[in-house]
Design a protein around this ligand. Sequence first.
Ligand SMILES: O=C(O)CCC(=O)C(=O)O
Length: 271
Amino acid sequence: MPTLSFPDVKTRFERDGFVLFPEPIVPAELVARAAAAMDMVRAGHNDTGLPHCGSYGDPTAEDRLVKIENPQRASKDILELISHPRIGELAAAATGATMVQAWWVQLLYKPSTAADNFGTDIGWHQDRSYWNDWAEGSELFTAWVALTDVDHESGPMIFARGSNNWKGAAGGDFFRQNLETAKLSIAVPEGEAWEEVEAILPPGGFSLHDELTFHGSGPNISGRPRRSFAIHMRTQNSRRAAGITGGLTGFIDDPTVCPVIFGTRDAHSGA
Ligand SMILES: O=C(O)CCC(=O)C(=O)O
């Protein structure tokens, strides 16, 4: 039986900028339903009467990264998975939040390819640089849920330990290929060391990472697809940027896209 006790998650999350839950937190039966729903959504279907919010490239590609925005809008099973209460509880434990809400989700399907294939890497980046719709100081982070075994061969996410605490670090690009050369573009502050940690996870396991933590992933050479969802989350300490009503915060009042997965949203809960 997995030991569902992670007492020092907050300390580790704040110190390292990420924390791993390498146990099947989401039940296997729900993982299997969500994986089937992933294929349904990739094929252009839905069971909600609503479409997802767009995709990067061909959603059925087997030689490129597939990234589909808000797939939970198109699938009840994906909504159930990204709303799983255990993910909410552990996210709250890591951040000290009284409220956790998912505000955007990405379906990520990394096909297995040759090691030198171009197009499946996710370049080193900090999520915050893409999230200008949120006011400065907003508490934002990501839960990345594995639907397949994610090992060294399958192009796991890699975190730069402690980079969440680097002041003034910049650079990075989600779409840039070749992690080895890409990291040269990142200005690591003087006195800090670059240390990479792979997020090795079983199906139903997940990681949390801070909005400022540098991360990326290389090719999947495992012979099987790497399937996951990145659930972008916020705590009660977050606000829309001035003048923003749509964009990344456009679904914030729709619980079928942006479920509150821990606590309750009230007048003090930002956007
Ligand atoms: O799936 C990956 O390898 C990286 C995903 C990512 O950039 C994220 O979850 O923020």
